[in-house]
Design a protein around this ligand. Structure first.
Ligand code: KG4
Ligand code: ZN
Length: 381
């Protein structure tokens, strides 16, 4: 037994003490040559199992050659969190534990594949809720270790970009991408695989967060984005002129917390005056303000980099007004816009597997001792 600090039971006193083991830890030992997969072995038939558990969707997918979705099973926890009006991290993590193994089984079944057909196992490693990330990353590592396959820890924001590459055979980098979700709002110049230049972001609330908070205030169900979208179709988008914060300012940053407050103040004023609150009109006016702000900033960024392509992705990319508004602006400029179907806008494992395949092609697999990172930034590499 090596000479490291031990507790009375003979166990290493702390995990960090393991680092003083002589020689390599089993977890950090380099893979034997037989496990190294030279780039030319990665081809159109490469099968990657993707796992996504960063937030409140449990998903597993099998993707072939980085582009062909053989299966993409998604279980949403929306109903579980609905009664609380927002995500409860502990509830989310427990639900992932229950759902993940059956979801993986179903993904393999639908892909007509077995574990032994896989070439790599990938999971979202951040950003996200730490308890939720741990469930997916731990299971992916376990499968990879048992099958002696490479493990790939995928950045969730980078994965959203790949939802565009999955739906359009012509889609490729460089592109100006708007990644707009419940946790992030980023305007990114995606120059190439792994080469990302963040041009703008929200300085306060993410767009999806603003949708969810406004919906909650208006008494709509969780998640609020789809509810506001649905209500908007029935309302008048010019009924209330909510502020378009930072519109006139240079740069590509946005701010959404002011509009949320403006909605709350507007409703309180109506109530104080005893005037009717027409939820459909408020939802439509709020959505229009978000769309106007985000479309203007995204198109300005596209002009700035001379983009020929725009990728729209992330949960809020499911929004009908945003899809329409950005499509119109891109068409006017002769820019080709790609936007995934709704089930690939919100969180899913197909985009994780696709992103992982591109990483593997660049020789970027992840050691089994890598930890999930709740605030992982989009750095590429
Ligand atoms: O990408 P995603 O599934 O999870 C995160 O990575 O955050 O995005 C979820 C967000 C939620 O805030 C949800 O309300 C929003 O996407 N969302 C929408 C729509 N569908 C989902 N927001 C506006 N309109 C929609 N149709
Ligand atoms: Zn997401």
């Amino acid at each position: 037994m090596s000479d490291i600090p031990r507790d009375p039971m003979g166990r290493p006193a702390t995990a960090s003490d393991l680092g003083s083991f002589e020689g390599e830890s089993v977890l950090t030992a380099p893979a034997p040559a037989t496990r190294e997969l030279p780039m030319q072995e990665w081809d159109e038939s490469t099968l990657v199992l993707g796992i996504e558990t960063s937030c409140d969707e449990t998903s597993a997918a099998v993707v072939k050659g980085g582009r062909e979705i053989l299966s993409n099973v998604i279980i949403s926890q929306g109903d579980l969190h609905g009664e609380y009006g927002g995500i409860v991290p502990e509830v989310a993590a427990r639900a992932h534990v229950e759902a993940l193994t059956p979801v993986i089984g179903e993904a393999l079944l639908r892909a007509d594949a077995t574990f032994w057909d896989l070439d790599a196992v990938a999971a979202t490693i951040g950003p996200g809720l730490i308890g939720s990330l741990l469930v997916g990353v731990s299971e992916a590592k376990a499968i990879a270790a048992v099958l002696e396959l490479p493990f790939v820890g995928v950045n969730h924001l980078e994965a959203h970009l790949y939802s565009n590459l999955l739906v359009d055979p012509d889609a490729r980098f460089p592109a100006l991408a708007l990644i707009i979700s419940g946790g992030h709002t980023l305007v990114v110049h995606a120059v190439d695989h792994g080469d990302y230049d963040i041009l703008g972001s929200t300085i306060d609330d993410a767009a999806g967060e603003a949708f969810d908070k406004v919906a909650r205030f208006l008494g709509l169900d969780y998640p609020g984005g789809p509810e506001i979208d649905r209500m908007s179709l029935l309302g008048n988008p010019t009924a209330v002129r909510f502020p378009r914060a930072m519109s006139g300012e240079p740069g590509f940053d946005v701010s959404y917390s002011g509009i949320k407050t403006a909605v709350i103040n507007h409703v309180r004023k109506l109530e104080a005056r005893g005037e009717p609150v027409v939820v459909e009109d408020i939802a439509a006016s709020f959505q229009q303000a978000v769309v106007d702000i985000q479309v203007a900033k995204t198109l300005a960024a596209a002009d700035h980099v001379g983009a020929e392509r725009v990728f729209l992705c992330g949960g809020v990319a499911a929004n009908s007004g945003l899809r329409q508004g950005l499509a119109t602006g891109c068409a006017e400029r002769g820019i080709k816009m790609t936007v995934p179907p709704l089930e690939l806008c919100t969180d899913n494992a197909a985009m994780v597997a696709a992103c992982a395949t591109a990483m593997i092609r660049r020789g970027r697999t992840t050691p089994l001792d890598a930890a999930p990172h709740p605030n992982l930034p989009l750095t590429g590499g």
